[in-house]
Design a binder for this molecule. Structure first.
Ligand code: EPU
Length: 336
């Protein structure tokens, strides 16, 4: 285990924010993690760094979770059960599954980040959430160094939410995630409008897992910036849920407001639409900006500080609130 001093975290967060870690260690084995926890408890964890906004240097020991490996636990004619270590790149895992014809996560292609963080915010896209394939999450408890296992139910998954964002925040380190995927009779989810039109445009009537993955990749590439080229953290805000009464009032003024029914009393409104209607789409303030093709994504054009991105987020929140009376909740983990 090699603890390094004064390491830049620019390449460890997809926003590409330049802050320093006073001390930094990359962890490659479960054993090393256990040993580390015997001497250090006050840690700052970083994995794929795809859902965080760093706003200042990190004083705590930064621990880069780099546990690798995919193993098949068991399989039968219909399903495969796999366990994937936390440091595996999410999209590489999706591509592995598609190559092996394992179905269930093809709609989640090209999402940045690592496997170990996918349960924390229950990543979701194009009608699928990762919670539908997770059977188990393995972790180590920071206080005791003990191994703990969570069933799907234990994880208390919700929209971009789980127990790891709430009661267990900063209490456990996720080390591996287990999935149950299909080997045949895949439950394809092509109902999302953009997927349907992408498949139709290619004249694909009976899509394979790869067809769906390719469609998702094409849609994402057309709308979402590649973090390797323009720093970003995907959707910066959650899509807000408002009361039906408030929605009906808003609809009177803006009849074209997009919406999804959540329940009899609640409606979800796309944050991207609210941000666009508030005039921020494609706007740039120094190196901090709002993506020109998807207003839900804040971007770093190169040298923006985390503080500048955060200030822009707050300005957007205020403007959306003043215009629509809706509070946008930040989805990304702001480290301040
Ligand atoms: N819209 C606008 N302007 C914009 C962006 C969107 O008017 O700039 C409108 C669209 O016209 C559409 C609606 O908002 O009517 C929804 O847009 P989109 O289909 O692009 O999806 P989203 O609700 O903005 C969510 C997820 C994405 C995920 C997509 C596809 C959240 C916070 N975001 O975005 O997740 O890829 O659906 O399923 O739920 C992420 O979490 O990082 C992420 C990218």
């Amino acid at each position: 285990m090699n603890i390094q001093q004064n390491i830049s975290l620019k390449n460890y967060n997809t926003f590409g924010i330049s802050v320093n870690a006073k001390r930094f260690v990359s962890i490659n084995s479960y054993y090393d993690l256990q040993q580390l926890l015997k001497v250090e408890k006050d840690l700052f964890l970083i994995s794929g760094g795809s859902n965080m906004l760093l706003t200042k240097d990190i004083e705590k020991l930064v621990v880069h979770i780099n546990l690798k490996g995919i193993s098949i636990d068991r399989e039968d004619e219909n399903n495969v059960h796999l366990t994937v270590n936390a440091g595996e790149n999410w999209h590489d895992f999706v591509l592995f599954c598609i190559a092996e014809n394992y179905g269930g996560i093809e709609n989640l292609s090209l999402i940045p980040g690592n496997v170990g963080t996918c349960p924390i915010q229950n990543i979701g896209a194009y009608g699928v959430e990762v919670k539908d394939t997770i059977t188990k999450v393995e972790a180590i408890e920071i206080k005791t160094g003990k191994r703990v296992t969570f069933s799907n139910e234990d994880c208390q998954f919700g929209y971009r939410n789980s127990i790891f964002k709430n009661d267990l925040k900063s209490k456990v380190i996720l080390t591996a995630v287990s999935f149950k995927l299909t080997k045949k009779n895949h439950q394809l989810n092509t109902s999302y409008g953009a997927i349907e039109s992408e498949l139709t445009s290619k004249n694909i009537k009976k899509p394979t897992l790869k067809d769906i993955s390719d469609a998702v990749i094409a849609i994402r590439k057309s709308k979402l910036p590649d973090p390797k080229k323009i720093g970003n953290s995907g959707s910066f805000f959650k899509n807000p849920v408002i009361s039906k009464a408030q929605f009906l009032e808003l609809q009177k003024e803006t009849p074209n407001i997009p919406n999804y029914t959540v329940s009899d009393a609640e409606i979800k409104v796309p944050a991207g639409w609210l941000v666009e209607q508030s005039g921020f789409k494609g706007k740039r303030f120094g190196d901090a900006g709002v993506h020109e093709k998807q207003a839900l994504v804040l971007v770093n054009y190169g040298a923006a500080s985390g503080e500048e991105i955060y200030q822009l987020a707050q300005k957007i929140q205020q403007t959306v609130f003043d215009k629509f009376g809706i509070s946008l909740e930040i989805e990304v983990n702001v480290i301040d």
